[in-house]
Every structure is written in structure tokens, then in C-alpha cells.
Write a protein that binds this ligand. Structure first.
Ligand code: HXC
Length: 510
């Protein structure tokens, strides 16, 4: 008996060494943790159950028969985060650069299947060079199976990808099909093909950072939802994120006990809107003052900053916030902001997370750059996403709600459940100046007359009451009572049900 126990201990110790001390040291020298260290930080203490520790690849080409490492470059299993089950796979860069073989793929597939069966989230920690080159089509087939499972699980269980090293090929395509992607600054990269291949094919010289660093993917491509300074911060933030997310599309949102009273009044909100309608203010102040304990997990903070998206809680229940940001481009809706918010709204709807929308939008951004870039289709994504969403939707217009953007931003007309306005709201086809200049073009040369026309339009539409008279706004509320009114609305909507006509799926303008 003693012998077999010793043999087990020996095998475990050997597997835990992965690619060996030298490669582990190299990993640390690059400022990265090993796959096992990452899992330990991410999961609750001693909660990790590892499966597939002794799996080895079956490749014999290119001398591979002599180089087998137990685990084969990916560590898989499940554990808990603050007591809730999550499935996990972590690529081990010290073993064949974390690259994916047929056997390695089977380990990931097993975890994906188990997660789907038990309706629990999957978190993938990526630090890997894609399909294992020595295995050829067997590795490609493996990736295909992983991709398929990403798609089948989409909208059923949350799938989170964390990019923690250089990632290429399938190790960026699988994350691209998950719900959220997070990166680590300076040590993680994402590209379909790395700088060497780029040089060979296009003769373009580019560094890994320029091609696919965290700053590119969080500010320009919008592939990544946020980037953190190092592995430790990133993993601790993933624990925080998981506390906001439901386990699956039927579990309901997690409820975190809070001391923050639902009827907390915020008198400072009465003066949030500046007297001058063209002066900006920070919409995040409103979000932080409405959410439980000011706790807000922002998604895509660095991209399309003219719209803010993220998770918070009201009375302990997770909600999604979508808010125009007057501080950036006056909160205008452009293609990037529309795509960003549409994806967020759809995530919330998949997983039954109520959506709170704060509206201060001067319209869609005009111009050739936007039109050539497909503003019509991108704007339609957000309109489509809000309209199809059947979760509880509470909307508040704080100031401007002009033109088509008024309709788009979770208005009553597209199934907003409770639509509030502050007394400072202005709901109109466009701003008073623009409206007067179009309606009274012949008076453009007469500034005094035009000013009177602007005032006339302003008096008529620069308020919430024309919309409220028609029932498009349910109530004009005092800013200080915003949290209370939203909390009460969400409570009232807890058992909301919507019957939709049968369809296979919709055809959102992609
Ligand atoms: C086998 C690989 C590998 C791979 C890296 N390694 N990628 N082994 N297959 N795909 C090995 C290296 O040989 C090396 O082994 C170790 O991992 C570390 O790699 P380095 O190159 O030394 O590290 P670094 O300089 O940090 O560069 C990392 C990298 C680069 C950017 C990921 O290795 C790279 O570009 N790899 C190839 C990427 C790629 O083109 N993959 C195929 C994509 S196709 P030793 O023994 O020296 O430690 C694909 C298809 C999926 O994925 C379908 C998509 C739709």
C-alpha cells in the first residue's frame, strides 16, 4: 500500500512541475504567475479539484513521442469563488507554450461539458500559442470542438476568458466567443498570428505590444473588456466580477446582503445637472450614488467612453447599468458606443440581469466617418438589443434625449418597463438651436429673431412634461429620490414575464 501511495505522490509532484523549474523561473521573470499559482489565487482556499492531471498527448511526429509531460499544458477542474461553483482551465505556458494538442483539447472539452451539465460558469486562463504545431489537423480538430462548446454554452452559462500571456490562433478565437475577455498589461497579447508571421506575410514590422497588447485591445479594437496591472490584481478582480454574475440563465442573479438602505436619499443629485445645458457632468457620479455601497464593476471602461456600461447592485441584486456619458463627446451615440452597449445589454438579457439606463444623449454622431463606418447598422444593434430584451428595464432621462437616440435608449416605445425623467429632462427631435435653424432657415440672417425662435422651441420641448402628458414618461422624479424609485420599480418587476412569438432566433444586424 505504502508503495502505491508513494507512487501517486511522485506522479502528482512530477505533474505539478509542468515544464520544469527552468521554465517556471522564466515565467516568473516575465512577471507572470504559473497556471497553478493563478488557480490558487482565483479560487477559494483549498477548493480546487483537479481532473486530468496525468493526461498526455499521443503525438509521435517531430520527436514528440520522447517529450510527454503529464497534464499536457492545461490544468483543468472546478472549485468555488466565494462559495459558488466555477469550472476552470488554465493554460500552462511552461508546457509546449500552452499549445493545444488533441489530448489537451479533450481536457478542456470535458470541463466545458461538465460546466454546461451542472449549469455553472467556465473561466479560462489563457497563456498559450494556439494549435500545437507538431499535431497538425488533430489540434485543429480539437479547437473546432472547443469552439463548438463555446457556442452551445453561450447564453446558458457565463464564459469568462482571462488573457495572461502571449496568445495566438485558437487561444484568441475561443476567448472571442466567450462573454468577457480581460487582459494583463505588459505581459499579455492577443493576435491571430504573431509579429514573426506578420513580418513574413506582409513585411510589416510590429512589436507584440503594438500588434495585440492590452492597450490596443481595450482602447482600439474593443476585443478586451478591461486590463489590469498584474496577474494578482486581475485574478482578484475576476473574483469580484463573479460575485455579480448569475451561475446560469435560469438561476437568477446572486444576492449579496447589504446595509445600504433602498430608500437612501441623495440630496447632492438635485444639483448634478449644471444650469448651462452645454456643460458636462460625470454620469458615473449618478451610478455610484444609486448603486449599493457605490460598488460598480465597469465593462469596457477605456473604449467608447461616451457610454458607460457595467454591473452594480440594488438591494443586493445584480443590475446592469447603461449610461450616456456627457463628459465624453457630450454623450453622443456613435458606432463604437452603440456596439459596446448593445453587447452589454444582450449579456444582461441572456442572464436575466435587469437593466438600468441613464439617458443624456444629444443624438447620433453625424458625418461621413460615421456613415461610412456603418453607423446605421451599428446604431441598429443597440436599438435591437434594447427592444428584444425582456428583462426588467428601468430608464431615467436626466437631461437630453434627442432624436432617434431617445427611442433607442430603452424608451417606453421599445418596452421600457418604468421610464422616469428628472425635471431637467429635455425630450425633443433635436436641440433647440438646431431645430430653430431648420424650421426658420429664412431667419438665419437675423440673430434676434432666431434667438426668439430658439427660446420658443426650448420653452415647448426642453422639459419632460410633453412626453409625460403622452405617458411616454411614467413619472417625473426628484433627483435625490432616484435610488428609491429605481429600487421600488425593480421590486415591482421581479416577477415580470413576457411572451414572445416562437422563432428559431432573431436576426440582429451584425
Ligand atoms: C507548439 C509551441 C507553440 C505552438 C509556442 N510553442 N507556440 N509549440 N505549438 N503553437 C512553444 C515554443 O516552441 C517554445 O518551446 C515555447 O512554446 C515558448 O514559445 P516562445 O516562442 O519561446 O515564446 P514567446 O517568445 O513568448 O512567444 C510566444 C508566442 C510564439 C507569441 C505564442 O511562440 C508564437 O507565435 N507561437 C506560434 C503561434 C501560432 O502561430 N500558433 C498556431 C496558430 S493556428 P520551448 O521548448 O523552446 O520552451 C491555430 C488554429 C486554431 O491556433 C484555429 C483558429 C480559428
Amino acid at each position: 500500500m505504502k508503495q502505491v501511495v508513494e507512487e501517486l505522490a511522485r506522479r502528482r509532484a512530477n505533474a505539478r512541475l509542468g515544464g520544469g523549474e527552468k521554465r517556471i523561473d522564466a515565467q516568473h521573470k516575465r512577471g507572470k504567475l504559473t497556471a497553478r499559482e493563478r488557480i490558487e489565487l482565483l479560487l477559494d482556499d483549498k477548493s480546487f479539484e483537479e481532473y486530468g492531471m496525468y493526461v498526455e498527448h499521443r503525438c509521435t511526429d517531430f520527436g514528440m513521442a520522447e517529450t510527454k509531460i503529464p497534464g499536457d499544458g492545461v490544468i483543468t477542474g472546478w472549485g468555488t469563488i466565494n462559495g459558488r461553483t466555477v469550472y476552470i482551465f488554465a493554460k500552462d505556458f511552461t508546457v509546449f507554450g500552452g499549445s493545444l494538442s488533441e489530448a489537451h483539447a479533450q481536457k478542456i472539452m470535458k470541463i466545458q461539458d461538465m460546466a454546461l451539465r451542472s449549469r455553472a460558469p467556465v473561466i479560462g486562463l489563457f497563456d498559450a500559442g494556439g494549435a500545437r504545431i507538431q499535431e497538425g489537423v488533430a489540434a485543429l480538430g480539437g479547437y473546432g470542438e472547443v469552439f463548438l462548446r463555446n457556442v452551445i454554452s453561450s447564453g446558458v452559462i457565463p464564459q469568462i476568458s482571462v488573457i495572461m500571456g502571449p496568445c495566438a490562433g485558437g487561444d484568441v478565437y475561443s476567448p472571442a466567443m466567450t462573454d468577457f475577455i480581460f487582459m494583463v498589461k505588459d505581459t499579455s497579447y492577443m493576435f491571430v498570428t504573431g509579429p514573426d508571421v506578420v513580418k513574413t506575410v506582409t513585411n510589416e514590422e510590429v512589436t507584440a505590444e503594438e500588434l495585440g497588447g492590452a492597450s490596443i485591445h481595450t482602447t482600439r479594437s474593443s476585443i478586451a473588456d478591461h486590463a489590469y496591472d498584474n496577474d494578482v490584481e486581475c485574478l482578484l478582480q475576476m473574483r469580484r466580477l463573479m460575485d455579480f454574475l448569475p451561475s446560469n440563465n435560469q438561476s437568477g442573479v446572486p444576492v449579496v446582503p447589504t446595509e445600504d438602505r433602498f430608500d437612501r436619499s441623495e440630496p447632492s443629485l438635485d444639483t448634478l445637472i449644471p444650469d448651462n445645458p452645454n456643460k458636462p457632468y460625470d454620469i458615473k457620479e449618478l451610478i455610484l450614488k444609486v448603486a449599493d455601497e457605490g460598488d460598480f464593476f465597469e465593462i469596457q471602461q477605456a473604449y467608447a467612453r461616451n457610454i458607460v456600461t457595467g454591473f452594480g447592485r440594488i438591494e443586493g441584486h445584480t443590475v446592469g447599468f447603461v449610461a450616456n456619458q456627457p463628459m465624453v463627446l457630450a454623450g453622443v451615440l456613435d458606432s463604437d458606443a452603440s456596439r459596446k452597449a448593445a453587447r452589454f445589454v444582450r449579456f444582461c438579457d441572456c442572464f436575466n440581469i435587469p437593466i438600468i439606463t441613464f439617458v443624456d444623449v444629444p443624438g447620433f454622431l453625424p458625418g461621413t466617418a460615421q456613415e461610412y463606418g456603418g453607423l446605421i447598422k451599428h446604431g441598429a444593434k443597440l436599438l435591437f438589443a434594447f427592444a428584444e430584451a425582456t428583462v426588467p428595464k428601468v430608464t431615467l432621462i436626466t437631461r437630453k434625449a434627442y432624436g432617434g437616440a431617445y427611442d433607442v435608449m430603452s424608451s417606453k416605445h421599445i418596452r421600457g418597463d418604468v421610464n422616469y425623467a428628472w425635471p431637467t429632462a429635455e425630450i425633443a427631435v433635436m436641440g433647440p438651436k438646431g431645430a430653430a435653424e431648420i424650421l426658420y432657415r429664412s431667419e438665419l440672417g437675423n440673430p434676434e429673431k432666431l434667438a426668439a425662435r430658439v427660446k420658443e422651441y426650448q420653452d415647448r420641448f426642453a422639459n419632460p412634461f410633453v412626453a409625460a402628458e403622452r405617458g411616454y414618461i411614467d413619472e417625473v422624479i426628484m433627483p435625490r429620490n432616484t435610488r428609491t424609485r429605481i429600487a421600488r420599480a425593480l421590486n415591482m418587476l421581479r416577477s415580470k414575464t413576457v411572451e414572445s412569438p416562437w422563432k428559431k432566433h432573431d436576426n440582429i444586424p451584425l
